[in-house]
Design a protein around this ligand. Structure first.
Ligand code: ZN
Length: 359
């Protein structure tokens, strides 16, 4: 069977199923093309396969996941392509200040305004034993958004017990030290990303925002982390960074239980000038983790996908809908299982397209 026959056969199946089947085939193709010692991937991309996966990804994305599509599929050659430069005055609240919002009984949006794509998101999860903050924002926005946001929501920042870092980029960990110093919060991070941020700080000579090693607890793959009545399932899903953490948690909407998932890092980890083999490896690693987390999300029955940038979850739009919500209206953050899995289908298909572009 030729690759084209496979694609046509696969096209007749459901998108997600076809994607898995094609991934396996694609992995074989990639291996075949690289049998020689140190061989570079062939120069001619398999455009039919790339286009196929782009189409699968676009269909899976729809409107809900367009932010993830734009950071992956739309940037296969350069993960920073088309990215707006943050302004000189990015540390001013004018560029990031955003109202907090209660989005579930136990979950609050505390993220930055999506004026600039790099503006990060953050959440607070309330439990019977205190608050877990999901991502710490920048060192300059943590106090205004996270501490100020909790107060606006009528919560006590003194109840912060943990800050869970999805990955070791400064927009997600930069505020962690502030939360350690002011509230004795323990930082939860994978060991791989802890090493990653420390190595980068050592290499650059800039250790500003590095969390205090005395209040750090490492996340291991498959950990169950419980605070009071709330248990997170944590997974190390390398791709965006060496130790990106993705997870699931229980959320409640007016008492109705849902399962939320968080894919810890959205973009691909290479540069436009990276060697081909490095790019291929970045796509491959991301793809392996995305396939795995898709299985986890499916098995958990997750029907909510939270993310760590506003544009990934359309937090601005959804918070506006929530503010006008009438009794009986749906919660815009509840996507249902199919759309939730579709988030991961975008991640899987876009990284598969990237791999095929080297085939
Ligand atoms: Zn990042």
């Amino acid at each position: 069977m030729t690759a084209r026959d496979s694609i046509q056969t696969a096209n007749r199946k459901q998108g997600a199923l076809a994607c898995s089947a094609l991934f396996l085939m694609l992995a074989a193709c990639v291996n075949e093309g690289n049998t020689g010692p140190g061989a570079e991937p062939a120069a001619t991309p398999d455009n039919a396969t790339v286009n196929y996966f782009m189409t699968v990804a676009g269909q899976a994305a729809g409107f809900d996941h367009i932010g993830l599509y734009n950071t992956t599929c739309a940037r296969m050659g350069d993960p920073t392509a088309g990215r707006e430069r943050p302004p000189e005055n990015r540390e001013s609240p004018d560029t990031w200040g955003m109202q907090p919002a209660r989005v579930f009984d136990n979950v609050y949006w505390l993220g930055e305004f999506p004026a600039f794509e790099s503006n990060p998101g953050a959440w607070a999860v309330t439990t019977s034993e205190g608050i877990i903050v999901l991502d710490a924002l920048f060192d300059y926005s943590v106090e205004g958004q996270i501490v100020g946001g909790l107060r606006k929501m009528g919560l006590d920042p003194g109840d912060i017990r943990y800050v869970l870092i999805s990955h070791g980029h400064r927009d997600h960990y930069g505020g962690a030290r502030f939360l350690q110093e002011n509230f004795a919060a323990t930082v939860l991070i994978s060991e791989a990303d802890w090493n990653f941020i420390n190595e980068r700080a050592a290499a650059s000579g800039d250790d500003s925002g590095l969390p205090d090693a005395g209040l750090v607890q490492f996340i291991r793959d498959g950990d169950r982390f419980t605070l009071g009545d709330t248990t997170f399932n944590l997974y190390v899903t390398p791709g965006h960074t060496p130790g990106t953490v993705s997870y699931t948690l229980p959320v409640f909407d007016n008492g109705t239980a849902h399962i939320a998932a968080v894919w810890g890092g959205s973009g691909l980890a290479f540069r436009a000038d990276s060697a081909k083999q490095q790019k291929l490896e970045a796509f491959r690693q991301y793809n392996v983790s995305a396939l795995r987390f898709r299985e986890i999300v499916t098995a958990a029955g997750a029907d909510v996908m939270l993310g760590n940038h506003s544009y990934l979850v359309l937090a601005d739009e959804k918070n506006a809908l929530l503010a006008r919500r009438q009794p009986g209206d749906p919660n815009p953050y509840v996507l249902g299982r199919e759309k939730t899995v579709n988030y991961m289908n975008v991640a899987v298909a876009c990284s598969a397209a990237g791999m095929a572009s080297f085939n």
